[in-house]
Structure formats: C-alpha cells, structure tokens
Design a protein around this ligand. Sequence first.
Ligand SMILES: Cc1cc2nc3c(=O)[nH]c(=O)nc-3n(C[C@H](O)[C@H](O)[C@H](O)COP(=O)(O)OP(=O)(O)OC[C@H]3O[C@@H](n4cnc5c(N)ncnc54)[C@H](O)[C@@H]3O)c2cc1C
Length: 359
Amino acid sequence: MMKCNVIGAGVNGLILARELSKLDVPTTVYERKKGIEPSKSSSGILSASGLKGLGINVKNIWLNKLYGANIYFDKTVLHIKSKDLQAYGIDREKLNIQLREEAESNGAKILYGKSISKSELSNMDGIIAGADGAVSNVASHFGFPSIKRFVLTYRAEYKAKKEDMETVDLFFDNNITKGLFGWIAPHGDEIEIGVGIESKLGKSTDAFKKFIMKKEVKDLIKDARLIGGGASIIPIALRERFAYDEKNVLLVGDAAGQVKSTTGGGIIFGGNAAIIAAKAIHDKINSKTSLESYERNWLKEFGMEVRLHNLIHSIYSSLSNRQLDYLARLLKALSIEKVLSKYGDMDRPSLIIKRMLKV
Ligand SMILES: Cc1cc2nc3c(=O)[nH]c(=O)nc-3n(C[C@H](O)[C@H](O)[C@H](O)COP(=O)(O)OP(=O)(O)OC[C@H]3O[C@@H](n4cnc5c(N)ncnc54)[C@H](O)[C@@H]3O)c2cc1C
C-alpha cells in the first residue's frame, strides 16, 4: 500500500498523523527537533468550539478558561465579555504530547531528530505532506507559489498576574505593532506579553521593547520576574496552491499559510486542513481520486472565513492610530461590545453575521 510521509511534527503534522493512522494509512512523520519541547515562542489560545471540532480533549492540557477580550486603541477601550466560555489557554507542549500518543497508538511512526533535506524529498516513495511550518522546504522544493506576507512576533512570560485572568488584552497601536497587535494574556498562573509586526515594517524585538514601555504593560511587569520568551514568524497569507496531485504532494498548516490573518492563529484552520487532507490522502491511495479535492474542500469550508479575516486585517493595519480610535468609538456607539459578547466567534467571522441576522 502507498504510504504517507509527513514532514514536521508540529501540532498540524501531528493532527494529520493522528487522522491518517485512524484511516489505516501507513504513516511516518519526520521531525528535525529531538523531541517535543516547551513552547517558548508561541501561545495557544484556542476557541472551545474549534478544539471540539478538532477532536481535542482539553481535560489534561488547559491552562486558562477565557471569556472575552479588552481591546485597547489610542484612547478608547472595548470590553467584550461573554457569560459562556469562549476559549482555552492551552499548554502547547502537553497538546503535542497528547496528539503524538494518539497518533502512535493508532500505528503512526514518528521519528524525531530527522531533518529532511531537499534531496531526500526527491527520493521519497509515496505521498508527501509538508507540515514543516512557515518557511517550508517542501513548498519550495515542489514549486508551490510563495507566501507573500508574514508577521514577526516576540513573546515573553512573566511571573505576574493581571487583574482579570479570564480575559485577554489586545493593544492596537500602529506606531508599534502595525500588521498585528500587542497582547497581555494569562498563561496558567503567570502572564504572557507579546507583539507582532508585519515583517517588512520592522523587528519584533524592537516592537516588544516599545510595547513594554506602555503604561498598562510597564505597571504590570515592573517587579515581575521574566521567565522566558522567544521570537517567531507567522504567515498571514494563504498560498495560492497547496496540493499538487501529479506530484503526490500537499501542504498543511503554516506551510500552506492556513492562518487567521487578524490574529496569527493557525491551529484551528491548520488542524481542520489536516483532517480534510487525511481523507483526501486516504481516498487517493484507495480509489485513486485526486489529492486536489483537499484544496477544494478546505476552501469550501474556510475560503469565506479567510476572506473576511483578510478584510478586517487590511482595515485595522492600514489606519493611523487616530483613525483606529475614531473607528473604535463609532463601533462602541453602535453597541459592538454587546454584539460581540453575545454573537462573537474567534474563528469564523461569518457566524457573527449569521447569528445576528437570525435574531
Ligand atoms: C507568538 C505566537 C502566538 C501564537 N498564538 C496562537 C494562538 O493563540 N492560537 C493559534 O491557533 N495559533 C497561534 N499561533 C500560531 C501557531 O503557533 C501555528 O499556527 C502552529 O504552530 C503551526 O503549526 P504547524 O504544525 O503548521 O507548524 P509548526 O508548528 O511550525 O511545525 C513545523 C514543524 O516542522 C519541523 N520541520 C521544519 N522543517 C523540517 C524538515 N526539513 N525536516 C523535518 N522537520 C522539519 C519543525 O521543526 C517544526 O516542528 C501563534 C504563533 C506565534 C508565533
């Protein structure tokens, strides 16, 4: 039977391996890291509904329960808080361990400390699934269209507490973090502070130094111990293609640019891509259908959401701080806080519109 080689054992590669092994597709995952490491450079705030859709049991891996967000502009703050649980802060290391165990118990082989070179890609038998992250070797080797936009991030953990450990604080300041935002989020009993900036506009470390001088951040961390942190990169544009049937190759997760451009969150879109890709790989092996059904089916499910995220992202990242503040005041006057507290959805902006129209 034809087998599947998954390149990369990040969260999306592991979801793919779990799904392939459930479908009895012989699967080997190659990961260049020596094992699963604590995640210093990325966070894990995932919607409760998104986690459920990915079949992830949160019982042993959640750190925080989250009910909303405070969104800071120049002078205006929007307070969005639902009475229902919206999201979990997840321990990313524990999440990957859980997924690895599920994949292995179904028969997937996961080889750590094995970096796959371009010449090895040329000689691999079977289907290749590139789950190798934002700067994907698989994508460049097989001639996929390039990703055009990236955000650079820096995040750090501090031994400190914020007043409300059930909400995340987001700061939109286009003089510091144009292209994304700064954030303060609970992380277990501690907090994390982070920034993202569009890659062509500056360095995340410079943005971070400026961000922690903001009064709200400075006051919070003035006597706090820094625990650790790190820089990373997030794609914020979808590749124009992410499956080539004739080459027996597809991409999932950050490698495909399946990320919400508004927040940089890539696990719900990427994890769902892994589920859809596993089905397409299974069908290709068993009934010789095209791998490209994966691309079509993912776009059918998430294409509209990608476009809505891109629209919101292009609005907030193109305005000056004064214009952003004006927009925030206008939205506040139109009761946006109530609307989002009641109908908000972190992953699917289209649901907010649908839920509102039902009333
Ligand atoms: C600061 C920050 C905060 C974030 N917060 C959130 C959040 O709250 N919610 C959310 O949904 N998303 C969040 N994200 C995004 C999320 O972390 C990514 O979307 C997700 O990790 C992508 O998973 P992946 O498996 O596609 O890629 P990766 O996690 O990048 O995994 C790719 C793997 O492939 C391996 N690899 C690469 N090349 C090779 C090779 N040649 N051979 C073998 N192995 C290779 C790498 O070592 C790596 O382990 C955040 C990201 C950052 C940076």
